[in-house]
Design a protein around this ligand. Structure first.
Ligand code: NAP
Ligand code: GCO
Length: 265
């Protein structure tokens, strides 16, 4: 049974995997046997990531590519096909957040978040699915969020995009399941990465950030999660072990979505 989790010989593209969650997911796929391609926008990020993969003993291929640009994405996918082979596993991980109250947010800012967090998974999936159809199988994992289910102050664009990504996931499943393509989502809870660093910053008096305390209280596990805790779920959804799982969002949240919250003392 454990062999069905192996990814030997598979080619995986993880978008935005220079650091953070994407890096941990790519590392997991490599540990299970896959060959890794990743992209990001920053040249400095690309170089430091290539070094970080090398230090882990992973021969990852890195590409400078903005996932919102369809031509850049098509060129990258063509290069990966030439250099590594047709993509078997796609992880749509690249994403940003802007924490701005809705009425103060410009339309450009809203559009930028939706462009990277929702339109880009469409663009990259569209570029990769034809190769998967030809190959007779494929796995797509969309990195969703607590905000695929919940709202909160200041994250209107992000929640709109991540809610949309949940439905894009279900639609790719509906449209391409017949070609033996499984498209699922992983919905991480609150994970310690650069994206969430501002929410954990110590206050000038050395005390914990109020949001940090709030999130721990909202999480039955009573802590932030680490990117490495997404590794097992990623391998599961990328492997034959999950061939009958399609259109599902696997929340990896330490229990946040199950919990009504702590009663006041
Ligand atoms: P992060 O630390 O900010 O890393 C984001 C990555 O995406 C970087 O490698 C970044 O590299 C890349 N990126 C951003 N925009 C891009 C673009 N247009 N084209 C190509 N690459 C791009 O974020 P993270 O916390 O690891 O989050 C990764 C994913 O998980 C995101 O989709 C995020 O919304 C989601 N998520 C995060 C959490 C959390 O608590 N951290 C929870 C749930 C979901 P460059 O800057 O060099 O482009
Ligand atoms: C925020 C956070 C979140 C997380 C994550 C939760 O400001 O509330 O950044 O949105 O990044 O997506 O699952």
């Amino acid at each position: 049974m454990l062999d069905s989790f192996r990814l030997d010989g598979k080619v995986a593209l993880v978008t935005g995997a220079a650091y953070g969650i994407g890096f941990a997911m790519a590392e997991a796929l490599a540990e299970a046997g896959a060959r890794i391609a990743f992209n990001c926008r920053g040249k400095d990020h690309l170089e430091s990531a290539l070094k970080a993969y090398e230090e882990k003993g992973i021969q990852a291929k890195g590409y400078l590519c903005d996932v919102t640009d369809e031509v850049q994405v098509q060129n990258m996918v063509a290069d990966i096909e030439k250099e590594l082979g047709t993509i078997d596993i796609l992880v749509n991980n690249a994403g940003i957040i802007k924490r701005i109250p809705m009425v103060e947010m410009s339309v450009e800012e809203f559009r930028q978040v939706v462009d990277i967090d929702l339109n880009a998974p469409f663009i990259v999936s569209k570029a990769v699915i034809p190769g998967m159809i030809k190959k007779g199988h494929g796995k797509i994992i969309n990195v969703c969020s607590m905000m695929s289910e919940l709202g909160r102050e200041t994250v209107s664009a992000y929640a709109a995009a991540k809610g949309g990504l949940k439905m894009l996931t279900r639609n790719i499943c509906s449209e391409y399941g017949r070609y033996n393509i499984q498209c699922n989502g992983i919905g991480p809870g609150y994970i310690e990465t650069p994206q969430t660093a501002p929410l954990r910053e110590l206050q000038p008096d050395g005390s914990r950030h109020p949001f940090d305390r709030f999130i721990c209280a909202k999480t039955p596990a009573n802590r932030w999660l680490k990117p490495e805790e997404l590794k097992g779920p990623t391998v599961f959804l990328a492997s034959d072990a999950s061939n009958a799982v399609n259109g599902h969002i696997l929340y990896v949240d330490g229990g946040i979505l199950a919990y009504i919250g702590k009663q006041p003392e």
